[in-house]
Design a protein. Structure first.
Ligand code: HPA
Length: 248
């Protein structure tokens, strides 16, 4: 069974038939909301809205540890993390779908590991390739099967938010080698790795990053809203295709 973590713009899965809602308590507190267990394209899927079902949690307020722990308790096979991002590279404009293969973490002050506390031995897990290659390839295949082109690979920069970046910060991200920028990929990805859960991002570019392209002067929220609306149907088609491929 796959888990889908929905981000801004995907706080519910259309066509998803909810069979039950599970309130999962964890040693780390409460997840963003109840886990929704249901069927998509005939397959069992669990869905969690990262920002809460009323979109009330800012990126730094999300209890990533509780979310990952709760999903892991259900015995899932992998996590598709849907994310809206800004495009840093000029060719990654609004509407582009990206399946990144690298991450740079610029966040601070977030609870970022399960391996801490008096009773737990420290572990320095390998994170050379932060995403699960098998799941990335399946997502690429799933996109192909429904005629969606996706950019294969790229570096996801995770900023602290909730504000968007300055133009100078985006220049620095570009110099660092980042291609897209979001606010929630970390510590989500590393916590999945600590639990040995396959994890991949399906990122929808919803704006040119600050100071680039048509965001030279400002980022237009109206444009973001429109791109999200147009893009999430395509994201859904890929997720549906993924669970269907898994069935075969
Ligand atoms: N920066 C950070 N996070 C984002 C952006 C952005 O430009 N767009 C959507 N999420």
């Amino acid at each position: 069974m796959y888990a889908v973590i929905g981000g801004s713009g995907l706080s519910q899965l259309p066509e998803f038939e909810i069979l039950r809602r599970q309130v999962q308590r964890t040693p780390y507190g409460e997840p963003s909301g109840a886990l929704l267990i249901g069927r998509l394209a005939g397959q069992e899927v669990v869905f969690l809205a990262r920002h809460g079902y009323g979109h009330t949690l800012a990126p730094h307020e999300i209890n990533y540890r509780a979310n990952l722990w709760a999903l892991n308790e259900l015995g899932i096979d992998g996590i598709v993390s849907v994310a809206s991002v800004g495009g840093i590279r000029a060719d990654l404009g609004p509407g582009t779908l990206v399946i990144p293969d690298q991450i740079i973490d610029y966040t601070h002050g977030r609870a970022l590991t399960f391996f801490e506390g008096d009773e737990v031995a420290v572990q320095h897990i390998d994170f050379t390739w932060p995403y699960d290659d098998g799941l990335r390839k399946q997502l690429i295949q799933a996109a192909d099967a429904v005629g969606e082109s996706v950019v294969q690979g790229g570096c996801y920069a995770c900023t602290q938010g909730p504000r968007l970046e300055t133009a100078a910060e985006v220049k620095r991200l570009a110099r660092d080698g980042s291609d897209i920028v979001g606010m929630t990929g970390m510590p989500e990805a590393v916590l999945a790795r600590e639990l040995e859960l396959p994890y991949a991002h399906l990122a929808l570019v919803v704006n040119h990053a600050a100071g680039t392209g048509d965001s030279q002067q400002a980022i237009s929220h109206a444009q973001i809203a429109k791109t999200v609306q147009d893009g999430m149907g395509r994201v859904m088609a890929i997720v549906k295709s993924l669970v269907q491929l898994d069935q075969q």
